[in-house]
Design a protein around this ligand. Structure first.
Ligand code: ATP
Ligand code: MG
Ligand code: MG
Ligand code: MG
Length: 475
């Protein structure tokens, strides 16, 4: 089953069998000041769950939502199941149906619509959720041995430190159902989490206290690429039809064979990073994010720079992201993301410019990075290990050469070294303090809406010229 067919089957199932209204994916930039990016299918509906907005006339919807999770950036290519950019299929109830429907519906979808043999599935429930446990055993007929009760860490879902949340029940695919070992869904080698059913019934306030929401809701997330990987019988999400052509384009750019089994493990990781990050930067840029040193712009910059760095680890010399992004864009347009087609040329121009900037800084900074790592290794105590890149060196690479500190940290880790993040933060703060002190009258400028102070400051500073389109480093 192709990804497109999997997506359509999900939406059609909830639409035609359970009267949901199909809604389009919201942008990656949420209409929510507490969140940097859309990390789950529920994000566009958060205010409805909280009771701050009325539910739609038909209080049940289904969507295929594009998501980005930066917390998974280090997992990309390292686990077989995490991307930064992925699509989450979701069915939602706003005070309408609850557990007794959501649980059997999800099961029927997986076993009958997608045809997954029931003995290949296992489920988890929140430790004291006897109701969900009973529904799985008595209504669905899952053997007790294939149901696991887990604690808050795994089975209590929240979109952030505050906001709507609730206990959840997750469905896992078992790669080794004949195993004599007892079911332990936290064993990532044997199981992969595919579908999370959240019983959204609480809200957490800033002090951490839980209260009951006015209604009991359903929020679910089924990872499209994970389900595709299971149904397509491939070894990782990256080998599904959603990602494989992008990895092949990256391999071609590096002069490598398109077959993941014909490259080294390190090259396979780099291909996965490039393929994943290509989709992430493409969709971020299409949704209006431009590379910068703060917030979402920094996420984009970091992903693109990481993509370039892994391209170089693969042996690519010179610009290559445009070719890879074009393949990612073709797939996105086929998947129904029409805005990708509409904005593609402008976005490619911007991203290619960012790539060029980084290649320039890289060519100046790569030697410095190598020297820094060598010096840190040299200074390490005898016996190997324990070398540390100082915060000052990491800051110089960041400030003068444009290396995101996370990139330096990764390069350090690859060389068996660590990085003094606290020292880096201190160097960054010291520079900010110097900059504040250097600005004439800056101490008077408290808020940007303090117009008189801003005018006085601008007059004192004299004329300025913006050269950020051509250069990144100004020191
Ligand atoms: P994991 O434990 O594997 O990190 P999760 O519990 O963080 O997943 P949820 O927040 O429950 O994931 O999201 C719902 C579903 O979205 C998951 O069951 C999975 O299918 C999918 N998903 C979550 N994170 C990713 C990711 N980084 N890449 C691809 N799919 C993902
Ligand atoms: Mg996770
Ligand atoms: Mg999980
Ligand atoms: Mg989960």
């Amino acid at each position: 089953m192709t990804s497109a067919a999997i997506r359509e089957a999900f939406l059609a199932y909830y639409e035609s069998r359970h009267a949901h209204v199909r809604v389009a994916s919201a942008p990656l930039i949420p209409d929510d000041p507490t969140l940097l990016l859309t990390i789950a299918g529920m994000v566009p509906f958060k205010r409805i769950f909280l009771g701050e907005r009325p539910p739609p006339a038909v209080p049940r919807v289904a969507s295929a939502q594009k998501c980005i999770r930066t917390n998974d950036i280090e997992n990309v290519g390292v686990t077989s199941r995490h991307q930064t950019f992925f699509e989450m299929l979701g069915n939602f109830s706003f005070g309408d149906y609850f557990k007794a429907d959501a649980i059997p519906w999800a099961w029927t979808l997986l076993t009958e619509v997608y045809g997954i043999p029931p003995e290949r599935l296992a489920v988890s429930v929140f430790a004291d959720d006897d109701e969900a446990y009973r529904l799985w055993v008595e209504v669905v007929g899952v053997p007790a041995a294939r149901i696991q009760r887990l604690g808050e860490e795994d089975n209590f879902w929240a979109s952030g430190p505050t906001g709507p949340c609730g206990p959840c029940s997750e469905i896992y695919y078992d790669f080794d159902p004949a195993s004599a070992a007892p079911v332990d869904v936290t064993d990532d080698n044997r199981f992969i989490e595919i579908y999370n059913l959240v019983f959204m019934q609480h809200s957490r306030d800033a002090a951490g206290n839980l209260s009951d929401l006015a209604s009991k809701n359903i929020d679910t997330g089924l990872g499209l690429e994970r389900l595709a990987r299971v149904l397509q019988g491939v070894d990782s999400n990256f080998e599904t039809d959603a990602l494989a052509p992008i990895l092949s384009a990256a391999a071609a750019a590096a002069g490598l064979p398109p077959d993941m089994r014909a490259v080294t493990p390190a090259q396979a990781v780099s291909l996965k990073v490039v393929g994943d990050h290509a989709r992430a930067v493409l969709h971020l840029a299409v949704d209006g994010v431009g590379a910068s040193n703060v917030g979402r712009g920094y996420v984009l910059r970091r992903l693109l720079r990481r993509m370039v760095r892994h391209g170089r680890l693969l042996g690519v010399d010179g610009p290559f992201v445009t070719d890879v992004l074009r393949v990612a864009a073709g797939l996105a347009v086929e998947a129904g993301y029409t805005s990708v087609g509409d904005r593609l040329e402008g976005v490619l121009t911007e991203l290619a410019a960012e790539e060029r900037r980084f290649l320039t800084t890289l060519s100046r900074g790569e030697d410095r990075l190598a020297e820094t790592l060598a010096a840190a290794a040299e200074a390490a105590p005898a016996g190997g290990g324990g070398g540390v890149v100082s915060g000052a060196d990491a800051f110089e690479l960041y400030d003068t050469f444009g290396f995101p500190v996370e990139l330096t940290a990764e390069a350090a880790a690859d060389a068996g070294l660590s990085l003094d993040m606290e020292g880096f933060a201190a160097a960054m703060e010291a520079q900010r303090a110097r900059a504040r002190a250097a600005r004439p009258g800056a101490a008077d400028v408290v808020h940007a809406d303090d117009a008189a102070a801003v005018r006085a400051w601008a007059a004192a500073a004299g004329p300025t010229r913006f050269d950020g389109y051509d250069t990144l480093v100004t020191s």
